[in-house]
Write a protein that binds this ligand. Structure first.
Ligand code: IPE
Ligand code: IPE
Ligand code: MG
Length: 262
């Protein structure tokens, strides 16, 4: 299904300065926030210092997305493979998630941001699981930005858990139609539009098991800027780049132009 991006003319620009009227605001932006470790290393500081600074970037990017009318922002915070990191780093990250949730919950709610986690949260400590559920409940009625944090998330896990649910349906209901929309209804982003724009900071050109199913027709944007240095201006550059793309969804460029002019 083709998703129609919002036109800048139709949204409240808020505090953000957008000078080109041709800017197209993606409905859904998905970001692999990479480069915290290298950022810290360059400053001769421990990796966790980079992760702490990364949270500051998260705060700024959420604010900007909320003010320019992005509907959904999905942030890759911890992959199912990140458990393989040194124990000290994993523990530090878990503490940081807890701290950030405690610190930011009220202001997210105040600003109408609806927070939701995707991924297998059963691997987290009971206290972190409780905190996640608490903040999700506190922000559930938010009507602004829908913020999705992918934590202990893997794209293959997502497809696998959808398949398992489908198998269960087959067992329970005997006749089940297995098609694309059936999978769409069972992946963890079932209630969201597919991402329009994927951003990866930190210089690597890979997906690293992020939203494999959902990125089928997403525009990909890679930047060498490390996540702690990813400013609002950097996000604006990504959105400008996105605005200049022609999304064809398998059609020809002429067909797309004809559709626009129709
Ligand atoms: C991304 O930054 C954050 C997480 C994976 C939690 P990295 O920690 O991967 O930073 P680099 O890639 O080592 O610089
Ligand atoms: C991807 O970054 C995961 C997150 C940003 C949470 P990584 O730094 O873990 O990715 P790889 O291992 O370099 O592919
Ligand atoms: Mg990395």
């Amino acid at each position: 299904m083709t998703k129609t991006p919002y036109n800048i003319k139709n949204i409240n620009q808020g505090e953000n300065k957008i000078n080109s009227i041709k800017t197209i605001i993606p409905r859904h932006i998905a970001i692999v926030m990479d480069g915290n470790g290298r950022w810290a290393k360059a400053k001769h500081r421990p990796r966790l210092f980079g992760h702490h600074q990364g949270v500051e970037t998260v705060r700024n990017i959420i604010k900007m997305c909320n003010s320019i009318g992005v509907e959904c922002l999905t942030l890759f915070a911890f992959s199912s493979e990140n458990w393989n990191r040194p124990k000290e780093e994993v523990n530090g990250l878990m503490k940081l998630f807890m701290m950030a949730l405690e610190k930011e919950a009220k202001s997210l709610a105040k600003n109408g941001v609806r927070l939701e986690f995707i991924g297998d949260r059963s691997a987290f400590s009971t206290s972190l699981q409780k905190k996640i559920a608490q903040v999700e409940a506190l922000t559930a009625s938010g009507e602004g930005l829908h913020l999705i944090i992918a934590a202990n998330y893997g794209g293959r896990w997502d497809i696998l858990q959808a398949t398992q649910k489908m198998m269960q349906q087959v067992i329970n209901e005997k006749s089940v139609t297995i098609d694309e929309s059936a999978i769409n209804r069972l992946v963890s982003t079932a209630h969201l539009p597919d991402p329009d724009l994927f951003i990866r900071t930190g210089g690597e050109r890979r997906i690293s098991n992020f939203l494999l199913w959902q990125l089928a027709y997403t525009e990909l944007y890679f930047t060498d800027v490390l996540w702690p240095d990813f400013t609002r201006d950097e996000l604006q550059l990504a959105i400008d780049d996105f605005s200049n793309r022609q999304r064809r969804f398998g059609m020809t460029g002429e067909q797309i132009k004809d559709k626009k002019n129709a």
